[in-house]
Design a protein around this ligand. Sequence first.
Ligand code: IVH
Length: 674
Amino acid sequence: MSTTSPAARVATLREQINEHNRRYHQLDAPTISDAEYDGLMRELETLEREHPALQSLDSPTRRVGAPVSGDFPEVVHSIPMLSLSNAFEDDTVGDFVRRIQTDLEIEQPEFSVEPKIDGLALSLRYEAGVLIRAATRGDGTKGEDVTHSVRTIGAIPLRLKGEGWPEVLEVRGEVYMPKAGFKAYNRRALERGEKPLINPRNGAAGSVRQQDPKIAAARPLAFFAYGLGEISGAPFSDRHSETLAQLGRWGLPISPEAGKAVGLQGCLDYYRKLGADRGSLPYEIDGAVYKLDRYDQQGAMGFISRAPRWALAHKYPAEEAITRLLAVELQVGRTGAVTPVARLDPVFVGGVTVSNATLHNFDEVARKDLRVGDSVIVRRAGDVIPEVVAPIPELRPEDAQPPSIPTECPVCGSELIRAEGEAVIRCSGGLICSAQRKEALRHYASRKAMDIEGLGDKLVEQLVDRGLVHQIDDLYRLSQDDFEGLERMGERSAQKLLEQIEHSKQTSLERLLFALGIREVGESTAKALARHYGSLPPLLAASEEQLTEVADVGPVVASRIRHFFNDERNQQVVQSLIDAGLHWPEHAPAQAPEGPLVGQTMVLTGTLSMPRDRAKALLESLGAKVSGSVSKKTSAVIAGAEAGSKLTKAEALGVPVMDEEGLLALLAEHGVRP
Ligand code: IVH
C-alpha cells in the first residue's frame, strides 16, 4: 500500500465495498467472505479516522447495508435498523467494556448476551397483535417489503399470543435456515438435479428475497427475535433481557442460548462457552453479541455513525473463506484408491491456514463443477476436515479447466480401474505401487495395528524409496546397518526402533488381522473374526458363505476377506510374518451357536422400545445371527418405528419383515421374555 496515496486507497476501498454490498444485499451472491469484507471495512475506517479530510457522508462506513434493489416495494424504517461494531479480539471487547465503565461510572455493567445468528435481518410489524408487514434491513433506513415470503415461515407468528402488547410493535430479528434443514434441502435438490444452496445464510436470504412466496414456503426457514423497532405507547420493559422474555411469551422464538453476563469476564466466558458449543448448535452463528441490558444505560451510551455504542458483536473465526483452486493433485491410498486433492492458495479459515482439501472423488468434482483456476468457497467448521464447498462461477477465469480424470496411477503408472457402482478409482498395481506400499506399511505400524513406535511417515517414505522395505514382512529383516545414512536416524534411535519391531512380534490375532489392511476389515471386524475362529488356519479355510456366519460380516466383507487370502502374494506375506517369528495366543473357535433359530440371520432396524443391543443379545441367545445389512439371505428384518432404507431394501428383496410385536411374539414362542 506504500505506493498508493491514502486518497486513492480510500476511493478504491469505497468502490469495492459498495460493489460487495450490492452483491451481498441485492444479489445474494457475495464473492468475498465476511472476514474479508470486515477487513476492507476496517481498513477504510482506519484511513478515514487517520485522514479526517477524506471523510465523506456517502462513504460506506456511514451506511449499514445497501439500497433496496427495486424489485420489492420500499419500506421506510421509522427507527433505523442499525449494524453492530465488530470485535475480533478480546482486547477490543476490553475497550468496549471499559468505555462503558468510564462513561457511565459503573463498575460491573450487566449485559444481555446472545448468539449472533448468521441469516438475514428482518423487521416484523405487528398492529393489534397481527403481523401486517415484514421488511428487510436494506440500507438501514429503507428496506424491502417481503411480507409475502415471511408469512410462509412457520416460526413467525401471524398473530401474537397472550395479551398486553403495544398497538404497534416492531420486532427485529434474524431469519435463518437451520443446519439440518439446509442439509436435507440440499440432499433433495441434488436428487432432483437442482442447484444446491451454498450455505444456510444464502439459503435464508435468497428465499426471503424472492417474488414467489412458494420458494420461501418450500425452504426450511426459522426465526429468532433479538430486539425492537418502533413501538407505540409506553415501553413495556426497562431491560433488553426482559423484552426478549416478553417477546417469547407473545410467541416469538428467542434463541435458547441467549442469557445474561456481568462485566468483561462474564462476556468472555460466554463467548468461549458459546464457541465451544458452536458446532453442535442447530443453526449457524458467527459471533456473540453483547448488549448493555438496561435501556437507560443504552440511551446514555448512544450511537456512533452506524452502530450503537452499547452493543458489540464478538466474532468467531470465519468458517468459510474464498481462495483459488491452484491445482487438483492425486493421492494414492493404502487400498489403491486414487483421491483428488485440491491444492489451494493458502487461506485462513476456521482458525487455521488451509492449503489443501480432499475432493473425495471425481464424481464430486464434476457435481460441484470445479475447475482449476476457480475462486472457491472453502469451509472448515470446528475440527471437521476442510472442504471445498463450491466454485464462484462469476469469478471464473476464461481458461479455467475441469481437472482431467486420470487413467494411470500417478505413482506407479498402473492402470486405474473403477469398479461398477463405485465412485472411487483404484490403482491396479497393488504392492507394485510404492504409494500403496507406503500406506500399507504406515497402517501396519499404526497404534491400533502393530503399534510400532518410531516408525513414522518420514521413515516409511525413506524405507520404501530406498528399496529397503517392499512388503510389511521386510520390516523383520531390517538390521542396524540398513538405517545408516537415513535422515534423523542415529544409532540410538535405530536400535530403539529395532527393539520395537522385535517387540511387535508378540501380538494378537485381532491386531494382525487389522494390520494386514484387508479392505473393509476394521478393528471391530478383525476382533469378531479372531473371536470366531480363534486361530488363523480355520479362518484361511473358511468359505465366503461360512465367513458370513461371523457377527457383523456381510457378503461384501466376506468376499473381500476371501479375495485377500486367495491372493498368493498375500499368503506369502502372512507366511513370511510367521516365519519371522510373529506369534499370538490361540484359542478354540467360538462355540457353534445352538438354539431354535440357528441358521437364521436377522436384521434390526428403526427404533424399538428395548435397546437394540438387548434385542440382539436375546436373538443370539436363541442361536440367530444378527447382521447389520439386508441381503437376499436375510431371514427376517425386524423393523421398529421410523425404519428407513433397510426396510425399503427388505421389501424390495422380498425378505420377511416383522414389527416389534412380531419380535416379542417370536421371543415368547421360545420362552424368552425381554
Ligand atoms: S442486534 C442495534 N443481535 O447482525 C443492534 N443483531 O451486524 C442491531 N444479528 O443486522 C442488531 N444476531 O442482522 C443483533 N443477536 C443479535 C443478532 C444480530 C444476528 C445480525 C443482524 C444485524 C447484524 C449486525
